[in-house]
Design a protein around this ligand. Structure first.
Ligand code: FAD
Ligand code: MLT
Ligand code: ZN
Length: 498
């Protein structure tokens, strides 16, 4: 991100000193829960993983990182910062894609990495209560041992935290099946900006006693407090899972396959993802895990690919349904080619073709990421329009692949949720490229009556563009809520709703 686009440091925030660091350290049970360049307990390099984001696009200058080990420690630290006008940024696994979890200037990083215990699990209701810093994959592994599944799955599962997932209202690969976190989260524990602990960690499915406060924190991007624990409803793990990938001849055909899949598979459809040929090329060249058997899997390749996953309780029953779908798709000529995973290695390999796209784009270059919701019939047009725009600006000379300064311009996403990801992969981040894409891409989305953020949120990246998707009245209400919770504006400043 260029210095010219970074908002100036707000002078009302206190500059943290070695004295503050000493006092903060005194609030923690273990001295190693705080590292800082101000007292020499860390070097600048050791803070890089907390200051730089996953894309290496946003670079903060935080000098203090605190990793409390309990909610009480979070509370003491936050209260101290609040009383001393010190700005803070909550951070989970730092896998966010909009620069929301890293400092902009010298905000103190409050990491949830030390809050990593499962608190309870009820196998009758399927309710899991866990600390916010539990890694998503660890939570899912814990549930798998008990025959349950976490109702969220995404490519960053090995690093992202469940608190970060809630703070970003992450969507992921199975929202189609399990719904949004607004439905599955039953309760939260949050340390509010003044250090007060709000114990809203309920485990009830039904509770109509007043406003549903937890909903405010789901997708609040660390602006209303630090989420310290999550209570969430988890379904039974499907006993049988299948995955099939198809090449198809047009975006129109992707839609037809989607309609057929819903009609044939009904309740066992657990994911419907799609990607274009340009994304396919990037992923198979850059993901080592894409083994030879899936690297060249289709005899007939196409401009689009779609992945269908089923998850049910009766394998024979699911296979019969999937078989009927495949037969119909082939007989009616709706697909060019297809492959059904024959074993667990191929199951994972086929998923890598889709899940591996973000990482493969990252290995190819510096990625401008757009994550938008658009009514499904028009969804892919945003990719076509941006390609045209890049060509008009002399930035792209091929069809979205490796010619011209842009290395790739790819589209992929969660078809079942009306959510497409557009990645423009450049040799490096430059003002020229950014100016060619933004705000053009937001104008296109707004004209198509879409949302400029389907799941990655606003963070630093889209804080100034939110008016493309929200009207003044809605924004005023959000600002009032933010002010109510955080009158000093200390929680995750310079981001989200300004
Ligand atoms: P961070 O990156 O650490 O923080 C994200 C935001 O949440 C920041 O604003 C931060 O301040 C705030 N925050 C974090 N923890 C807390 C807390 N405990 N309390 C309050 N605020 C907090 N996202 C999707 O929606 N769907 C996807 O399919 C998806 N796939 C991804 C695949 C890859 C390879 C990568 C790198 C990212 C992907 N993401 C996806 C984005 C990202 O993983 C999610 O946004 C994730 O939920 C962030 O979790 P985190 O713990 O890494 O949060
Ligand atoms: C995905 O669906 O793969 C994620 O949202 C990450 C991304 O778009 O890069
Ligand atoms: Zn996504």
């Amino acid at each position: 991100r260029h210095a010219s686009t970074i908002p100036p440091r707000a002078e009302q925030f206190t500059k943290v000193t070695a004295e503050h660091v000493k006092a903060l350290r005194g609030l923690l049970g273990s001295p190693s829960s705080l590292i800082s360049t101000l007292d020499g307990s860390a070097t600048v390099d050791e803070l890089v993983t907390y200051n730089d984001d996953w894309m290496n696009k946003y670079h903060g200058k935080g000098q203090v990182v605190i990793r409390p080990k309990s909610t009480e420690e979070v509370s003491r630290v936050v209260k101290y910062c609040y009383d001393n006008n010190i700005a803070m940024v909550p951070q989970g696994g730092n896998t966010g894609l909009v620069g929301g979890g890293v400092p902009v200037h010298d905000e103190v990083v409050i990491s949830t990495a030390g809050l990593n215990q499962v608190r309870s699990f009820d196998p009758v209701s399927g309710t899991l209560v866990a600390d916010a810093g539990v890694i998503l994959e660890a939570a899912d592994n814990y549930l798998a041992e008990r025959g349950f599944i976490f109702p969220l799955d995404l490519g960053a599962k090995g690093s992202c935290n469940i608190g970060g997932n809630v703070a970003t209202n992450a969507g992921g690969l199975r929202l189609l099946r399990f719904g949004s976190l607004h439905g599955t989260v039953l309760g939260l524990e949050v340390v509010l900006p003044d250090g007060t602990i709000w114990n809203g960690l309920k485990t009830l499915r039904k509770d109509n006693t007043g406003l549903d406060i937890k909903q405010l924190f789901i997708g609040s991007e660390g602006s209303l407090g630090v989420i310290t624990a999550v209570s969430i409803l988890c379904p039974r793990r499907p006993k049988a899972m299948n995955v099939a990938v198809f090449s198809v001849e047009s975006y129109e055909a992707v839609q037809q396959v989607f309609a057929e899949a819903k009609s044939h598979l009904g309740e066992i459809l657990s994911a419907f993802e799609f990607w274009d040929a340009q994304a396919y090329d990037v992923v198979r060249h850059h993901k080592a895990e894409v083994g030879e058997e899936v690297r060249k899997v289709f005899e007939t390749e196409g401009p689009f690919y779609c992945l269908i996953e089923t998850g049910g309780s009766n394998g024979d029953h699911d296979e019969e349904k999937l078989g009927n779908l495949l037969e119909d798709l082939v007989t009616e000529g709706k697909v060019l080619d297809g492959v059904l995973a024959q074993d667990s290695t191929q199951f994972a390999g086929l998923w890598t073709l889709r899940e591996g796209i973000p990482e493969a784009c990252g290995k190819t270059g510096s990625v401008y990421k757009y994550d938008v919701s658009i009514p499904v019939k028009d969804m892919y047009s945003v990719v076509e329009k941006v390609r045209l725009r890049l060509r008009e600006n002399g930035l792209l000379t091929g069809d979205g692949q490796a010619e011209g300064p842009i290395k790739a311009c790819v589209g992929y996403g969660h078809m079942g949720d009306g959510n497409i990801h557009l990645n423009v992969v450049a040799p490096k981040y430059t003002d020229e490229i950014e100016a060619a894409i933004e705000p053009y891409v937001y104008e296109v989305v707004s004209e198509l009556r879409g949302s400029i953020s389907a799941e990655h949120c606003l963070g630093q990246m889209k804080a100034g563009a939110v008016h493309y998707s929200q009207d003044k009245n809605s924004l005023d209400q959000m600002r009032r809520i933010r002010k109510l919770y955080d009158p000093k504006g200390l929680m995750n400043p310079y981001k989200f709703i300004l």
